[in-house]
Design a protein around this ligand. Structure first.
Ligand code: NAP
Length: 259
């Protein structure tokens, strides 16, 4: 399928590994030039070089913390007039509702709500002027179905979802589409660390913790970054112009609901 975005430019945040990398690779496969970002320079350069070699697109890596003002400035400078924005950052740590203080919430809001909002605010005007743009925010299944131990994530991502619901409909008349992708459990470092925390809490082996989580998913497995990236590339494509302000769940059927 020709996604119709060959030669476009994308900023893909937090993309040296995991779901962000899956999105970067799928966009590169559609012929999109990339600005990639992560804090660790070495893994980022390795991922960027692999994409250049495999797909022949231009890749500009920017090693910076996307949740900081200075990091965002560096990344946005490199992104210039990007046509496509994929927002992402590490997720907040797990814990108990009794543990979290104001500072913990401020950190989570900064990373998983205010950072994507700042990036959209910076890039949407240019997309609207040019009459074409795509934004995909990587959020979480926790927006639709809360995960108790991820209360910081539940809260911050719900805030972003509300913002997107209103803003997507304001920018759609200019040919700019904003949607959210909601990952269920995917096999990434993040999933490993959550499995590790569960294993420790329950006093079981890591493999056992993973098997127990996989058993809760009708697909009986974790999702892959490749599958996630393919969904992202489609939402960023020319073919997705009528999809506005949606929250698309990729969870192997884990959330039990009719609609
Ligand atoms: P991951 O495998 O841990 O990868 C995270 C990527 O983001 C790495 O490239 C990391 O590189 C980069 N990163 C983290 N913090 C950053 C920051 N402040 N600035 C720039 N780059 C940063 O995580 P993932 O599983 O892909 O998860 C991505 C997002 O989806 C997270 O918000 C996570 O909570 C959410 N999510 C994941 C799952 C899942 O099952 N995997 C499910 C629901 C939601 P550096 O560390 O070098 O910066």
């Amino acid at each position: 399928m020709d996604l119709g975005i060959k030669g476009r430019r994308a900023l893909v945040c937090a993309s040296s590994k995991g779901l962000g990398l899956g999105c970067a690779r799928a966009l590169a496969g559609a012929g999109v030039d990339l600005v990639m970002n992560a804090r660790g320079a070495e893994a980022l350069e390795t991922a960027a070089q692999a994409i250049r070699t495999e797909f022949g697109v231009k890749v500009t890596p920017v090693a910076a913390d996307i949740t900081s003002d200075s990091g965002r400035s560096q990344v946005l400078k490199a992104a210039g007039d990007a046509d496509i924005l994929v927002t992402n950052a590490g997720g907040p740590p797990p814990g108990m509702w009794t543990d979290w203080e104001r500072e913990d919430f401020i950190k989570a809001l900064d990373a998983n709500m205010l950072t994507p909002i700042a990036l959209m605010k910076a890039l949407l005007p240019g997309m609207m002027d040019r009459g074409w743009g795509r934004v995909v925010n990587i959020t979480s299944q926790s927006v639709k179905s809360p995960i108790g131990v991820l209360g910081l994530s539940n809260s911050a991502r719900a805030g972003l979802t509300g913002y997107v619901a209103g803003t997507a409909r304001q920018v759609a008349p200019s040919g700019v589409n904003i949607n959210n992708l909601l990952p269920g459990i995917h096999a990434t470092d993040r999933a490993n660390s959550l499995d590790g925390a569960a294993a420790e809490k329950e006093g079981i082996a890591l493999d056992e913790a993973r098997a127990r989580r996989a058993a809760t998913i009708p697909a009986r497995r974790y999702g892959t970054a490749e599958e996630f990236g393919a969904a992202c590339a489609f939402l960023c494509s020319n073919l997705a112009g009528f999809i506005v302000g949606q929250n698309i769940l990729l969870d192997g059927g884990a959330m039990n609901s009719t609609l």
